[in-house]
Design a protein around this ligand. Structure first.
Ligand code: DSN
Length: 415
């Protein structure tokens, strides 16, 4: 990266420090991952120079013949990966993808059923702090005390409010989803079905979780979490008329020129996800999450929703006498990166909630397996027990560093 060094040393230095941080800490935020060098190369490619408003074969700019090849490959590979009929790979990320879904199919004021934020829903699923909540009328459903999605509650809300859309898919929920049940409820009340599979897209692509694509009208996702691609979004549709409305909503409704370097990187990631090695990777992601669960169950930390069926765990750390923020800070000092998170019906604030969210996608990409998970769970327990003891946290940080050196990432890179 000599050019970067020559032109902009401060940025090169910050990038190098970020690279070192990624190398020497345990990245356990469940929505993060490490892309391959091939994905990075496509992201940093000349495709970033090209405007290509429109869709393959129907652009508003000349010179799009090779960009069309790239976008078409991304679409075809994603179709194969998810068994979806129609795909739009242009959304810039998950929130714009969800916005396009709402605007594509609904009118302002229409009712949408979405999961409550503290029960694992996403901000864009109707949190009152979002613009979308001012435009559409979100009714929020919850999980039961057993930690399962309250399907009966959803049915009751659907009959009562006659929503135009029922929305599944979560950011902090660790259980399997019964898409068939929701499909049936939606048919009864004549609502569109939408799934936001951002967190679990990689697990679905690998056949390790239920796939909504054959059943649901519309499926949105990001491409950078368990799917291990570049930061971006995507929308999948079952029927052509819905797909046409979605395409119009994405462009020209919400976005201008698509980021074609990003779309090239998505295509590369989809190709990688179609390989048998990716299925093995996802199986290990799940196994690792289970081992963490088994180890954490031996402590006084409470596992929300009872168990994990996917790549993440939502943990209530208040039995330790600390908040999620304190836990996040202590773990940061110990070299373990997580995020503070609300737990169901949290009585604390989002900036200082009761829980933390941990996940295995990134540490599994490094090659870590069951033995490392046992060690990591022990470090988490030790760090939370010593949240105010900097010397103890520093000791763990040194041990973490040693472990990460046995599982190197990006050895070829230097900024
Ligand atoms: N912000 C993402 C996450 O961390 O789960 C969801 O979009």
């Amino acid at each position: 990266m000599e050019n970067l060094q020559k032109i902009d040393l401060p940025i090169a230095r910050s990038l190098q420090r970020e690279l070192e941080r990624q190398r020497h800490t345990l990245e356990m935020i469940p929505s993060e991952n490490f892309v391959s060098l091939a994905v990075l190369e496509a992201l940093g490619s000349v495709a970033t120079n090209k405007y290509a408003e429109g869709y393959p074969g129907k652009r508003y700019y000349g010179g799009c013949e090779f960009i069309d090849e790239i976008e078409t490959l991304a679409i075809e590979r994603a179709k194969e990966l998810f068994g979806a009929n129609y795909i739009n790979v242009q959304p810039l990320s998950g929130a714009p993808a969800n916005m396009a879904a709402y605007f594509g199919l609904l009118e302002p004021g229409d009712v949408i059923l979405g999961m409550d934020l503290s029960h694992g829903g996403h901000l864009t699923h109707g949190s009152p702090v979002t613009f979308m909540s001012k435009i559409f009328d979100f009714k929020r459903y919850r999980t039961t005390t057993d930690g399962l999605i309250d399907y009966t509650g959803i049915h009751d809300l659907a009959v009562k409010f006659k929503p135009k859309m029922i929305l599944m898919g979560y950011s902090a929920y660790s259980r399997e989803i019964d898409f068939q049940k929701i499909h049936e409820i939606a048919q009864e009340v004549e609502a569109y079905t939408m799934a936001d599979i951002a967190h679990i897209a990689g697990l679905i692509a690998a056949g390790e979780m239920n796939n909504p694509c054959p059943l649901f009208d519309i499926v949105t996702t990001t491409t950078h979490k368990t799917l291990r691609g570049p930061r971006g979004g995507m929308i999948m549709c079952k029927d052509q008329d819905v797909a046409k409305r979605i395409n119009k909503a994405v462009f020209p409704g919400l976005q201008g020129g698509p980021h074609e370097n990003n779309i090239a990187a998505k295509a590369v990631a989809f190709k990688e996800a179609l390989q048998p090695e990716f299925k093995e990777y996802i199986k290990q992601v799940k196994k690792n999450a289970k081992v963490l669960e088994q180890e954490i169950k031996k402590t006084d930390i409470r596992i929300c929703f009872g168990t994990t069926d996917n790549h993440l765990l939502l943990l209530d750390v208040t039995p330790k006498g600390i908040s999620g923020k304190q836990a996040e800070q202590a773990l940061d000092k110990a070299g373990i990166t997580v995020n503070k998170n609300m737990i169901p019906d949290d009585t604390r604030s989002p900036m200082d909630p009761s829980g933390i969210r941990i996940g295995t996608p990134a540490i599994t990409t490094r090659g870590m397996k069951e033995d490392e998970m046992k060690q990591i769970a022990a470090w988490i327990e030790q760090a939370l027990n010593n949240y105010d003891n900097d010397a103890e946290l520093e000791k763990i940080r040194n041990d973490v560093k040693e472990l990460t050196e046995r599982f190197p990432i990006y050895p070829e890179l230097k900024y």
